[in-house]
Design a protein around this ligand. Structure first.
Ligand SMILES: Cc1cc2nc3c(=O)[nH]c(=O)nc-3n(C[C@H](O)[C@H](O)[C@H](O)COP(=O)(O)OP(=O)(O)OC[C@H]3O[C@@H](n4cnc5c(N)ncnc54)[C@H](O)[C@@H]3O)c2cc1C
Length: 352
C-alpha cells in the first residue's frame, strides 16, 4: 500500500490529527464503489467538500463485501441516510461512506410493522396513517430515513420514534444482530447509536396503536405548521442545537434561566440564541434565520467554516450569558477546533 497525499484533503484537520491519508487499494469486485463524490449533494445543508469513497448498499451480501474491503483499508467508515441531519466539512471526508439502501415495509402484527432503515420516515407515516396505526402521525414532515430517525431519536410535537421501537436489526462486528429497544437507550434526540457509530441499522420493528381517527388529517395539519418554519427547499439540517433539558442543568445554572423561557421541562435553544442576538446574523452565506435563533441556513454557497464559526460564536455567547453549553443536534463531520461544538471526530473507526 502506498502512502499518498490527496490533493482534495490537503490542509484538512482530518489529515493532521486523525488518519494517515493512504490510498486504499481499489477493488474491481466492488463495481458500485464510487470515488470523489460531492458531499454537498449528500446533505440537505448542501455544504461540504469531496467524499473519497461512497457506496449504497441494499443487501446484506453487498454490505458484507464492502465492509470487509473497508476493514482491510486504513480508512474510516461513515454510515449515511438522507443527510438531513449532517454537516460535512469543506475539507471533505477521507473515508468510505456507506449509504443505507435497505428498503421494505410489512405489517407483522395487528399493531406491529417491520420497516427497512432506508425507508423515508414521511412515507412510512403516510402508510401507518392509512393502516389506522397511531403513534407517529405528529412526526410528519421530518425529513430523512427511518435509520437516521432512530440514531437521533427523531421526534416532534410530543412524539418520538424511540417510544415505538420493539427491536432493531443492526450490522455489528460483521454480522446482523437483533436487539430489543431497551438496548439502545433512547432519550431526547439521542440513542446508543450516537456512541456506537460502527453500528449500522438495517431494519426495525415498531409497535403502534389502532385508532379510528383520521390520522392523515392530523399529519397534514402538523405539516402546514412546520412549513412556516421550514419552507420547501430550505438548505438546513433542521434545528442546529438541541433544546436544553431543565433537569440536566445544575441548580446554579437553572436559576439563571428566566421562568418564561421554560416549555414542557425544556429551554428552547432558539430562545437562548435569540437572547444573545443570533437571529438574522450572517457570515458569508451562512445565516441564523431572522425568525428563529436555532435555524442555521445556507443561503447559497455557505462553507462549513462559515457555519461552524457562527454556531461556535453564538453557542459561546449562550455559555457566557447563561452558563449553558448547547449541544449540537446536527452531526458535525469535522474535527476542527470549535470549543463550543461537539464535532464528529469520535464518530469514525480510526485506522487500527
Ligand atoms: C427541514 C428539516 C426539519 C427537521 N425537523 C426535525 C424535527 O422536527 N425533529 C427531528 O428530530 N429532526 C428534524 N430534522 C433532522 C433530521 O431530519 C432527522 O434527524 C432525521 O431523522 C435524520 O435522518 P437521515 O436519514 O437524513 O440521517 P442522516 O443525516 O443521513 O444521518 C444522521 C446520523 O445518523 C447516522 N445514520 C444514518 N443512517 C444510519 C443507519 N442506517 N445506521 C446507522 N447510522 C445511521 C449518520 O451517520 C449520522 O450520524 C429536520 C431536518 C430538516 C432538514
Amino acid at each position: 500500500m502506498k502512502a499518498k497525499a490527496s490533493p482534495d484533503l490537503s490542509g484538512s484537520p482530518f489529515c493532521a490529527t486523525l488518519w494517515p491519508v493512504i490510498e486504499p487499494t481499489p477493488s474491481p469486485s466492488l463495481p458500485e464503489l464510487q470515488s470523489d463524490v460531492s458531499l454537498a449533494e449528500l446533505s440537505t445543508l448542501k455544504v461540504g467538500g469531496v467524499g473519497r469513497w461512497f457506496v449504497q448498499v441494499r443487501e446484506v451480501e453487498h454490505l458484507q463485501q464492502v465492509w470487509t474491503w473497508a476493514r482491510q483499508q486504513p480508512i474510516a467508515i461513515l454510515y449515511l441516510g438522507d443527510g438531513s441531519n449532517i454537516l460535512f466539512s469543506d475539507h471533505g471526508f477521507p473515508g468510505l461512506m456507506i449509504r443505507n439502501g435497505f428498503k421494505g415495509r410489512d405489517r407483522s402484527g395487528e399493531e406491529e410493522v417491520e420497516v427497512g432503515a432506508a425507508e423515508s420516515l414521511e412515507e412510512v407515516i403516510v402508510w401507518l396513517n392509512h393502516l389506522g396505526l397511531q403513534g407517529m402521525e405528529r412526526m410528519f414532515g421530518i425529513p430523512g430515513t427511518i435509520g437516521g430517525a432512530l440514531v437521533g431519536n427523531a421526534g416532534a410535537y410530543g412524539q418520538e420514534i424511540g417510544d415505538r421501537v420493539v427491536d432493531i436489526n443492526v450490522w455489528m462486528d460483521g454480522e446482523v444482530q437483533v436487539f430489543p429497544a431497551s438496548a439502545f437507550d433512547f432519550r431526547y434526540r439521542c440513542s446508543a447509536f450516537k456512541e456506537h457509530p460502527d453500528w449500522f441499522i438495517l431494519k426495525c420493528r415498531l409497535r403502534l396503536s389502532k385508532c379510528s381517527e383520521d390520522l392523515q388529517e392530523i399529519s397534514n395539519e402538523i405539516l402546514s405548521r412546520r412549513l412556516v418554519k421550514y419552507p420547501t427547499d430550505l438548505r438546513c439540517p433542521g434545528s442546529f442545537f438541541k433544546n436544553v433539558v431543565l433537569d440536566e442543568l445544575s441548580k446554579e445554572t437553572a436559576v439563571r434561566v428566566p421562568d418564561d423561557f421554560i416549555m414542557f421541562g425544556k429551554v428552547p435553544a432558539g430562545k437562548l440564541l435569540e437572547t444573545v442576538g443570533a437571529n438574522g446574523v450572517r457570515r458569508g452565506d451562512a445565516q441564523f434565520a431572522d425568525y428563529h435563533g436555532n435555524l442555521m441556513i445556507n443561503l447559497g454557497q455557505a462553507s462549513s467554516r462559515d457555519i461552524l464559526e457562527l454556531a461556535n460564536k453564538y453557542a459561546g455567547r449562550v455559555f457566557d450569558r447563561f452558563g449553558i453549553q448547547l449541544q449540537p443536534e446536527v452531526v458535525i463531520v469535522d474535527d476542527g477546533q470549535w470549543p463550543h461544538l461537539q464535532t464528529g471526530a469520535s464518530m469514525f473507526r480510526k485506522h487500527e
